[in-house]
Design a protein around this ligand. Structure first.
Ligand SMILES: Cc1ncc(COP(=O)(O)O)c(C=O)c1O
Length: 483
């Protein structure tokens, strides 16, 4: 019996040609596709469900299912008018990198597991610090995404600020208190839950009219908590909230953090790389004062999903939270640099070669072109805000700090339920397939929400978006019962 898992190189070439053909065709047709084709879960299952195959089939035939089912019935995050959530469009260079990384299958646990991959990741981390203006001697590593980066940063904060040895003994004594604005991402709540801090000890700081953290309220909460016997230990500033893109005042929060001996973690998962754009640079002027930072190359560096990053200003604090020394991983016979292990700085042991995509992207495109694309994304969002403000039946609901825009339909003289009306408009836009928006709530009002995070998006796309929303409004009105 031949070993069917051993594939001859000639066949591997054929597989590659077939897969690359599919990829190229996808990029070629992307902008002309519907952002999302409606389908039900039952319909999709009927196309996929079958017993686990006991014998194999030719690879090329399997790509038919990838083309006809996966490609056809996925939401195309790379479409120039996909404005939902905070989703990157992906990059061809990174798509190739992912294939190569899977083929080499380097497990980037430590230097000895992947010497070149480790050096490449450390180099990329150095580049990311330079882009942001973060200290050169800070530590950092790539993680699965922003949620994991927030978790890791807050874990380091907990070890640094909790009394005694929190890794060994858990939290003892006064309950720790964590602070973040009411607009902060839910991954902060999850981190509080997973780290034994408890979501009840996450204090929600009010925001001002610009949806940025209200510093007087932060100050008051910290003082109240201390007086009540709690231990305030960490404040999270959002550098670009997921809801509206508001950037908290990092410098002023750093001053308060210093006054109250708090660790400052900045969640820059969405906004961080806008530091490359001249119009947003000032938001990050004092980022170097943050004790830790969460970044997401799989957001505004346009990489495909699976690449986040956490930076720690004090490498020893990260090691205090994560370092492990089991006998089966003990490094023997290596010098200092070669004894380096990523598991000392984050929760993962086995880690994919994330840095290859990042390195290929940065080397093949360069930071200048990325900065220009980010600047253009911001300009597109502001252009759209201008289009909305020039109408008399739509209104903006939040300022545009970065590239997120929140607005709603508000016809003159309408006395009904605006939230319900806009929910119907949203569903109609999504059903239409030409543009895709998601939703949020701005001060309790239902908002149509978009985020420009794509180097393919142009001002013309922003005009088409408004036309699509107008068409959706028309359909909603047409479907209303006549009185
Ligand atoms: C501000 C912010 N923080 C954290 C996250 C979580 O990132 P991830 O989805 O990579 O875990 C997001 C995701 O959109 C975000 O916008």
């Amino acid at each position: 019996m031949p070993n069917q898992l051993l594939i001859p190189v000639s066949e591997i070439r054929e597989m590659g040609r077939a897969a690359l053909h599919l990829v190229a065709e996808y990029y070629d047709t992307l902008a002309g596709r519907a952002v999302l084709r409606p389908i039900t879960s039952a319909e999709l299952r009927s196309r996929l469900d079958e017993p686990a195959p006991s014998t194999g089939l030719p690879f090329a035939g399997l790509l038919d299912t990838v083309r006809d089912v996966v490609q056809e019935f996925s939401r195309h995050n790379g479409h120039p008018r996909f404005f939902g959530y905070v989703a990157s469009p992906g990059m061809p260079a990174a798509a190739m990198g992912s294939m190569i990384a899977a083929a080499f299958n380097i497990n980037v646990t430590s230097w000895r597991s992947g010497p070149a991959a480790t050096e490449m990741e450390l180099l990329c981390i150095r580049w990311l610090k330079e882009m942001l203006g973060y200290p050169a001697d800070a530590a950092g590593l790539l993680v699965s995404g922003g949620s994991m980066a927030n978790f890791a940063g807050i874990a380091a904060a907990r070890s640094a600020k909790a009394p005694g040895n929190v890794v060994r003994d858990g939290i003892v004594g006064a309950p720790l208190r964590l602070y973040a604005s009411e607009e902060a991402h839910f991954s902060i709540r999850k981190a509080a839950a997973m780290l034994g801090i408890g979501t009840a000890n996450l204090r929600s700081v009010k925001t001002g009219p610009d949806l940025r953290m209200d510093l007087a309220h932060l100050d008051r909460l910290v003082r109240e908590d201390r007086d009540a016997g709690h231990l305030p230990f960490c404040v999270v500033a959002s550098a670009g909230t997921a809801g509206t893109g508001a950037v908290d005042p990092i410098g002023a929060i750093a001053d308060l953090a210093r006054t109250h001996n708090l660790w400052l973690h900045v969640d820059a998962a969405y906004g961080g790389f806008s530091a490359l754009a001249p119009s947003a640079r000032a938001f990050f002027a004092r980022i170097a004062e943050a004790d830790s930072v969460a970044l997401d190359p799989h957001k505004w560096l346009y990489l495909p999903v699976g690449c986040g990053c956490v930076l720690y200003r004090h490498p020893a604090a990260a090691r205090a939270a994560f370092s492990e020394n089991a006998e089966y991983i003990r490094v023997v016979g290596l010098e200092h640099d070669e004894a380096f292990a990523f598991w000392d700085y984050g929760p993962e042991l086995s880690r994919p070669f994330r840095a290859l995509d990042l390195w290929l992207l940065l080397k093949s495109v360069g930071t200048r072109a990325i900065g220009e694309a980010i600047e253009d994304n911001i300009a597109c969002a502001k252009y759209f805000a201008g289009l909305v403000s020039a109408t008399d039946d739509f209104e903006m609901l939040a300022p545009v700090d970065l590239s997120i825009f929140c607005f709603r339909y508000r016809p003159r003289g309408f006395a009904g339920d605006l939230d319900a009306l806009n929910e119907r408009v949203l569903l109609e836009v999504q059903r239409g397939g030409s543009s895709y928006l998601s939703n949020t709530s701005v001060r309790g009002a239902f908002a149509l929400r978009g985020c420009v995070l794509n180097y393919r998006t142009t001002r013309r796309d922003m005009e088409i978006l408004l036309e699509d929303v107008r068409n959706a409004v028309r359909s909603v009105h047409q479907s209303e019962p006549r009185t």
